[in-house]
Every structure is written in C-alpha cells, then in structure tokens.
Design a protein around this ligand. Structure first.
Ligand code: DUT
Ligand code: MG
Length: 151
C-alpha cells in the first residue's frame, strides 16, 4: 500500500462525511463524496463541477490518479463524468473536482455527501521519444479501427 499526503479542505470531512476509505479488501477505488451545502438538481444534459473537499498530492511521477464514474449511478441514472475520465497528475496539489454530467433525459438530484465517483491510484510510465524514419515491421502494421473484422 502506498502512502500519499492528503489535505482536508473542509471540516465536514471527518465529521459529517467520512474520510474516504476502501470499502472492501479488494476495492480498487475510493469513493468520493459530493461536498455540497444543499441538494443539487442536474437537469437532463447539465454538467456541474462538484467539490470533494480533498486534495491528494501523489508527488511520485510514477503514479497518477483516475476519477471514474460509479457503475450504479452511471448505468441506472446516467450520472457520469463530463470529462468521461478525470486524470489527476502526480504534481497536482489542488482540490479534487468531479465534473458531474447528467447524460440522461430526466433530472437527477445529488444529495450532500453522496458517493458520486471513485478515485483510483494507477502506475504510470513516462516515455521519452526517439524519432525514426521507419519502424521494424510488426504483425499488425498500421491496421486498426476494426481491421481484423468483427468475429
Ligand atoms: O476530473 C478531474 C480532472 C482533473 N482534475 C485536476 C487534476 C489534474 O491534474 C488537473 C488538470 O487536469 P487535465 O490535465 O486533465 O486538464 P487540462 O484541461 O489539461 O488542464 P491543465 O491545463 O491545468 O492541465 O485538474 C480534477 O480535479 N478532476
Ligand atoms: Mg493538462
């Protein structure tokens, strides 16, 4: 388990709202809660940036954070992320923000403290680039976008 520095930016976290934790031994993600003063209704198609009250400083460029939707909210209610996936850089020290998009055709009301999305810490490899004229031939070559058919 990797240890990361975190700042709690709102005193409701740790009192009214629990500090994020892994729900089960095998959980990949930490649920992030909507830091709201009051319920917030998202009209169909509307997107709002939601505070979490947390800043997580990864520091090590060999890791990044991902903010991902929760499957239940996404599948049943069409509540997903306006940026589809949030990528949190290792050097980001600001508040984690969730772009919340109601992609459904009905209004959805977010409750204060509701678990809205999840944060996953992932390993990252930064690349350096060597410019070449030709690549050594590979089996796939330049084929893509369905070049191998559907079956
Ligand atoms: O869902 C998200 C996505 C990003 N961020 C923060 C952390 C991330 O490190 C920073 C920048 O994100 P990104 O590089 O994806 O956005 P950008 O539009 O390229 O902004 P910038 O010019 O600041 O890099 O914003 C969030 O809090 N939530
Ligand atoms: Mg960027």
């Amino acid at each position: 388990m990797k240890s990361l520095q975190v700042k709690i930016l709102d005193s409701r976290i740790g009192s009214e709202l629990p500090f994020p934790s892994y729900a089960t031994e095998g959980s990949a993600g930490l649920d992030l809660r909507a830091l709201l003063d009051a319920p917030l209704t998202l009209a169909p198609g509307e997107t709002q940036l939601i505070r979490t009250g947390l800043a997580i400083y990864i520091a090590d460029p060999g890791y990044a954070g991902l903010i991902l939707p929760r499957s239940g909210l996404g599948h049943k209610h069409g509540i997903v992320l306006g940026n589809l996936v949030g990528l949190i850089d290792a050097d980001y020290q600001g508040e984690l923000m969730i772009s919340c998009w109601n992609r459904s055709s009905v209004a959805f009301t977010l409750e204060p403290g509701e678990r809205l999305a999840q944060y996953v810490l992932v390993p990252v490899v930064q690349a350096s680039f060597e410019v070449v004229e030709e690549f050594r031939a590979s089996e796939r070559g330049t084929g893509g976008f369905g070049s191998s058919g559907r079956q």
